[in-house]
Design a protein around this ligand. Structure first.
Ligand code: SF4
Ligand code: SF4
Length: 239
């Protein structure tokens, strides 16, 4: 049996550390009402939920908070904060907990996906030439075999398009035909769009992993390409 935690010996240092970065996080205002927990899809996983997290943080259970596996199953969807009567910044707290873990010790799957994205432009490691080949090949198949879509326009890096769309890399890599339905909708409404070849993948595991540098690098490369090369006024994030 584990020894009981002595509350009066705890000091909430981690809470102060996070508050220095997000002063309006409102952790001290928690009413323990449980509204956040009621709508959280990750509640009860690993015997944890967002209300419990805030209690533990406020009590100074810093080590338990930091080492909980639950931090990695929260989707950072922000539903908890949007229903919280005190507007407590739970997703930002989760992000900060993740960032407090040494990079090499973060979950291998997310870490690998983040590294692949930085290196190749997609979390699945698909290179831009392969992406372009697959996209154009599937588009040709649709033009040939799907009546009504003989003049379907699908492009990569078409300069001056009104919108740049990103694309989850799972589709071109594992189920390319799944890209077709969205293209057909865009075609039907007459949208003027293109895919980018640089950082074309819509997922961003570096963000989920709380890797600020990786997240920033991916977004900078993407936006520079959209602004300077493609010169498109809009980006549509399909994720
Ligand atoms: S909804 Fe807000 S106030 Fe209520 S328990 Fe959750 S964090 Fe605390
Ligand atoms: S952000 Fe995390 S804690 Fe909040 S509702 Fe979503 S999964 Fe739950």
């Amino acid at each position: 049996m584990e020894a009981a935690i002595k509350i009066d010996e705890l000091v909430p240092e981690f809470k102060d550390e996070v508050l220095a970065r997000i002063p309006d996080a409102n952790f001290d205002l928690c009413l323990t009402c449980g509204t956040c927990t009621g709508g959280c899809a990750a509640s009860e996983l690993f015997d944890m939920d967002p209300r419990k997290l805030i209690r533990m943080l406020n009590l100074g259970m810093d080590e338990e908070v930091k080492k909980s596996k639950w931090m990695w199953v929260c989707s950072m969807c922000a539903r908890c904060q949007s229903v919280c009567p005190m507007d407590i910044a739970i997703p930002k707290l989760v992000y900060n907990i993740r960032a407090s873990v040494e990079r090499s010790k973060r979950p291998k799957g997310i870490l690998g996906s983040c590294d692949q994205h930085i290196k190749t432009g997609s979390a699945m490691g698909a290179k831009k030439d392969d992406f372009e080949f697959t996209v154009l090949d599937v588009a040709e198949e649709i033009r040939d075999e799907h009546p009504g879509f003989e003049d379907l326009q699908v492009s990569v890096d078409r300069v001056g398009a009104n919108m740049v769309l990103n694309q989850n890399s799972r589709e071109p890599v594992t189920e390319p035909e799944e890209m077709g339905p969205l293209w057909k909708i865009l075609h039907t409404v007459g949208a003027d769009w293109t895919y980018p070849s640089v950082m074309w993948a819509g997922e961003n595991y570096c963000m989920f992993m709380a890797d600020n540098e990786g997240w920033k690098y991916i977004m900078e490369e993407f936006t520079l390409h959209v602004d300077n090369t493609l010169k498109s006024p809009y980006v549509v994030n399909t994720e």
